[in-house]
Design a protein around this ligand. Structure first.
Ligand code: HEC
Length: 126
């Protein structure tokens, strides 16, 4: 079995984003931009169960957050957002494959972007 979600999110998407940031200044735009970056990061590492486009998606996982929705984080509590950020720092992620977990390594830059999204999302809710 391959790991299809690893190749579905080209790192080009992330690489191209800094070039676009100059034209957006309002906090709302920044939050939406961070939300898209955070989506790409989760699709890459967590899509197996949280991406509705994959056959391996799990209904209970999609109830928490569904990466196919534009506002994919809106049902998540503050605690769940922080829990997601913490999971990205772990070196294992659950899998539906024959093992219970597979190795995870999320680059520091992706973790930083995800933390920035959590901060922006929480600020927007206040
Ligand atoms: C093997 C399938 C699977 C993978 C891969 C997976 N999840 Fe989940 N996730 C679930 C399921 C099922 C639930 C809902 C039931 C539960 O909480 O166990 C869930 C729930 C969650 C919750 C809510 C937990 C809570 O306490 O309310 C968070 C946050 C979360 N996942 C984040 C992630 C992140 C971040 C990744 C990638 C690093 C990831 N998940 C990868 C299946 C998965």
């Amino acid at each position: 079995m391959g790991e299809p979600w690893r190749v579905t999110v080209p790192s080009l998407v992330l690489a191209a984003l800094p070039a676009c940031t100059r034209s957006v200044s309002a906090p709302q735009d920044k939050r939406l931009e961070l939300r898209e970056q955070a989506r790409s990061i989760l699709l890459k590492h967590c899509g197996e169960c949280h991406d509705p486009k994959l056959k391996t998606a799990v209904p209970d996982a999609l109830k928490i957050f569904n990466l196919g929705e534009s506002d994919w984080a809106h049902r998540m509590t503050d605690r769940q957002l922080q829990n997601a950020a913490w999971r990205l720092t772990e070196d294992l992620v659950p899998t539906r494959g024959s093992d219970e977990a597979r190795p995870l390594h999320v680059p520091a830059e992706e973790r930083r972007l995800f933390d920035n999204f959590v901060t922006a999302e929480q600020a927007a809710r206040r």
